[in-house]
Design a protein around this ligand. Structure first.
Ligand code: AMP
Length: 359
């Protein structure tokens, strides 16, 4: 079993080798940890900054055993880690965080909304459907227009379709692959906001200022933080974050995506049980950033302070936008974060910049 707090010199395991794993690994290194990354690809953004890469699938027993031999605490950079992988790691004596309930809730949009509503975190009205007939009758209850999403494995706007008329629900169900779906009432939002929050192993919580987020084609383009919000919105968001952290007995950093409605109420869109793209601004805008905070939480360290020290405009560098690195490097207000990905495919997240302004 792990000695907690995990002492520097120990190895922290991370499942997933993308940019979030890379930035977690960099933060872990700063606190004196070695990192072991489990990843299918031998050459990954996280693997290239980690002490060890274990190449294997996420339920590959031999690979998980290798990870368990190195790391006494394991965390994840993404929410679709199979429950099986967590069970195997736990059976090998590894501490995993966030917990199985957080993963289960985040992997299924219906379970997620049920959890949120049961814990006093409001969402849009929704209904589940497993067949085309159920999709039609659920659409009649929710009313059109509505948004149909696959229950599992959607990200960056993938796996979802707007349904303009109830009668189109069966066709939309088929177009999404005939898999179980959720039907959501449209949120009539004025802004998309998010809140990044953390809970330690001792139950202490730390909550960051809100970010205002702008998406294009389902992909985050830009975040402004701290968002320009009054105390009412900030208090609602903090209350929601605290309920989620407590309800899941969460350990680590969570990202909570919110809709700000015209009447000033906040609804939760979704929860990401991990560090989050809308929290990248904290790297240069807060006392302790979301990556270090996550490492502190899972390692059983005390949480760090979350106050803003600058106003930040975070811009994702998608595809060949990363080619502007030399120009960006000239700008004194711009902090560059590049992920070391070999190929700049269209829409691929290649890096981000944090443009700083005084508070
Ligand atoms: P998601 O994959 O659930 O995060 O959704 C991606 C984006 O679709 C969100 O950031 C919103 O812009 C939009 N969206 C998702 N759900 C709704 C909804 N119920 N009503 C209106 N827009 C939504």
């Amino acid at each position: 079993m792990a000695t907690l707090p995990l002492p520097p010199g120990s190895t922290l395991g991370i499942i997933g080798g993308g940019q979030l794993g890379r930035m977690l690994a960099l933060a872990a290194a700063r606190l004196g940890f070695d990192v072991a990354v489990l990843e299918r690809d031998a050459d990954s953004p996280a693997g290239r900054v980690a002490a060890h890469t274990i190449v294997g699938g996420y339920t590959d027993r031999a690979a998980l055993a290798q990870l368990a031999a190195l790391a006494s605490v394991v965390t994840y950079e993404f929410e679709n880690v199979p429950a099986e992988a967590v069970r195997i790691l736990q059976s090998l004596g590894v501490e995993t965080a966030p917990g199985a309930q957080a993963l289960a809730v985040a992997q299924d949009r219906v379970a997620e909304k049920q959890f949120l509503n049961a814990n006093g975190a409001p969402t849009v009205a929704f209904a589940a459907a497993d067949t085309a007939e159920e999709a039609l009758s659920a659409a009649a209850v929710i009313g059109a227009p509505l948004l149909m999403k696959t229950r599992r494995e959607g990200y960056d706007g993938k796996g979802q379709r707007w349904v303009e008329h109830v009668a189109d629900a069966a066709a939309a169900f088929a177009a999404l692959g005939g898999v179980p779906v959720i039907l959501e009432a449209p949120a009539d939002f004025v802004r998309e906001l998010s809140i990044i929050a953390a809970r330690g192993r001792d139950g202490a919580t730390a909550i960051y200022p809100l970010a205002e987020n702008h998406h294009e084609g389902g992909i985050l383009r830009r975040s402004l933080a701290p968002a320009d919000v009054g105390s009412n919105l900030a208090e609602q968001a903090e209350r929601i974050a605290a309920r989620i952290l407590g309800g899941l007995e969460y350990v680590g950093v969570v990202g909570v995506e919110l809709f700000e409605l015209r009447d000033g109420r906040l609804l939760v869109n979704e929860i990401a049980p991990r560090v989050h793209n809308t929290g990248h601004w904290t790297q240069d805008g807060c006392e302790v950033d979301q990556f270090e905070q996550h490492v502190r939480a899972v390692a059983g360290w005390p949480l760090g302070p979350t106050a803003a020290i600058a106003r930040v405009e975070m811009l994702n560098l998608l595809g060949d936008e990363v080619d502007a690195w030399a120009k960006l490097a000239h700008e004194p207000e711009t902090r560059l974060h590049l992920y070391g990905k070999r190929e700049a495919k269209p829409g691929r997240k290649m890096g981000h910049v944090n443009k700083l302004k005084p508070l």
